[in-house]
Ligand binder design. Structure first.
Ligand code: TYD
Length: 201
């Protein structure tokens, strides 16, 4: 059976990282080798770029280019080699986050992001993307418990609503790649939804 590349997406506070850990364990119990990784990051260079991206103010388009630069390293040195070895790859965010945050949130034109996507990924896409969706007010409440907020989490106003809508638009445009998860449900209810997905991948 071929290894799959699965990405986890959603606005900050949706709870995707917790569910990612659980999802990885379930796949391992089913006998798969699983690599858990994240973006921005996932490589030594990518983690250095992450530190800059999360802390250093910059132009929106610089941000977009650095996200995709980190992604190129990640795909070529980590994701593709793992998939070739038969290892499943679960990534906490991938390029849908660039369309949602840099595109929706910051207003970088989609056409420009598509150029970067084509350059960096060619036709490479996740086999499946889990989008954890919830109203922004709920996500913000969950985040406020978190004392140190990064540059994205500190955004105000309708930034996160624009991010959410951009995610949902991608989900509508590519329904066969996406699974939409209602992140307002209790953790156990979300797990039940994920369990069904695990049985189908
Ligand atoms: P996040 O998964 O939220 O990390 P943590 O759980 O440690 O806070 O990711 C960090 C931030 O990076 C997040 O706010 C979204 C942002 N981001 C982008 O803006 N564009 C991208 O392409 C990616 C991958 C992430």
């Amino acid at each position: 059976m071929t290894a799959k590349f699965i990405t986890f997406e959603g606005v900050d506070g949706a709870g995707k990282s917790t569910h990612l850990t659980w999802f990885a364990d379930r796949l391992r119990q089913r006998g798969h080798e699983v690599l858990v990784t994240r973006e921005p990051g996932g490589t030594p260079l990518g983690e250095r770029l992450r530190d800059i991206l999360l802390n250093q103010p910059m132009q929106a388009e610089t941000e977009a280019m650095l996200m995709f630069a980190a992604r190129l390293e990640h795909i070529e040195t980590v994701i593709r080699p793992a998939l070739r070895r038969g290892t499943w790859v679960l990534s906490d965010r991938f390029s849908d986050a660039s369309f949602a945050y840099q595109g929706g949130g910051r207003g970088v034109p989609t056409a420009r992001l598509e150029i970067l996507e084509q350059w960096v990924q060619g036709g490479f896409q996740p086999d499946l993307t889990l989008l954890f969706d919830l109203p922004i007010e709920v996500a913000r409440q969950r985040l406020s418990a978190n004392v140190s907020l990064d540059r994205f989490e500190q955004e105000q106003g309708d930034f996160f609503e624009k991010v959410r809508q951009a995610y949902l638009a991608r989900c509508r445009n590519m329904p066969s790649r996406f699974a939409l998860i209602d992140a307002t449900l209790s953790p156990n209810e979300v797990k039940a939804a994920l369990e069904k997905i695990i049985l189908s991948v």
